[in-house]
Design a protein around this ligand. Structure first.
Ligand SMILES: *Cc1c(COP(=O)(O)O)cnc(C)c1O
Length: 249
């Protein structure tokens, strides 16, 4: 199947899951994850109408965004971000989904003030309670949201998580439900109020489940581009096949 055909299938699956969860067919945004994929193949997806793209690593994202300059796309940074990479990430990303600590918020704010622009951000939460995963502990989210109000250039839009890597569907759903509860509490109690509506959760293996549990954004790569050659452990700690993952089994 071509990239356009696979993209079409994924969009249909998203649409069906959205309707199943009582929402409009276009209620869920697809961020197409392009890590390890060459610009020419990404361009096929863009030609098939894809506008939201996601990268996990700053240098790879920057290179790809430069190769695809002029295309009508918006890049999201979805991987762990070091504060010393802030300058580079802001060269291409219109959104950072992996905001997980105050020092990073501070570094982003400083650079954004210099550039005179704002940035959409999602707060990454560690819903699986694995020591290996990035993200705030759920209990730390309300305090973090209060502190974020000090940063004028950051526009918090909601939350992002990676579910536990397990074939146990109930366990995966539990992670998504935790993020949804955090979002629902934030909508009610956080100073930012009702703008914190986004839930970025679900990847190739579980985006249907994530949408059933309320995802408004899914991050999908392999379901469109096929299996990656590089193991997931290259992109995040705790992925299957890494020591950290083996410890949690
Ligand atoms: C790679 C990645 C995804 C997409 O994973 P696929 O298995 O390719 O769908 C989603 N989120 C993050 C943070 C990623 O790094």
């Amino acid at each position: 199947m071509s990239i356009a055909d696979k993209l079409h299938d994924v969009r249909e699956t998203i649409r069906a899951a959205s309707l199943r969860s009582g929402r409009a067919g276009d209620a869920v945004r697809l961020v197409l994850v392009t890590k390890t994929i060459e610009p020419e193949r990404v361009r096929e997806a863009i030609r098939a109408g894809q506008t939201d793209l996601g990268e996990n690593k700053v240098q790879e994202g920057r290179r790809k965004a430069e190769a695809l300059a002029g295309e009508p796309v918006r890049w999201a940074m979805i991987g762990h971000l070091q504060s010393n990479k802030v300058k580079d990430v802001l060269r291409f990303a219109g959104e950072v989904q992996s905001l997980d600590r105050l020092s990073l918020a501070r570094a982003l704010e400083k650079r954004l003030q210099f550039l005179g622009r704002g940035l959409d951000v999602l707060v990454q939460v560690n819903t699986s309670n694995e020591a290996s995963k990035f993200g705030l502990a759920p209990a730390d989210v309300p305090g973090f949201l209060k502190e974020l109000t000090a940063f004028d250039a950051l526009r918090p839009k909601g939350f992002m998580t990676l579910a536990r890597f397990t074939p146990d569907e109930e366990e995966v759903r539990r992670c998504f439900r935790i993020l949804r509860q955090i979002r629902d509490h934030a909508l009610r109690d956080a100073p930012q109020g009702e703008v914190l509506s986004e839930l970025s959760m679900g990847m190739s293996g579980d985006y249907g489940i994530a949408i059933e549990e309320g995802a408004t954004v899914v991050r999908v790569g392999q379901a469109v581009f096929g299996p990656r050659a590089l193991p997931d452990s290259h992109y995040w700690p705790g992925a299957p096949g890494t020591e950290a993952a083996d410890r949690t089994r």
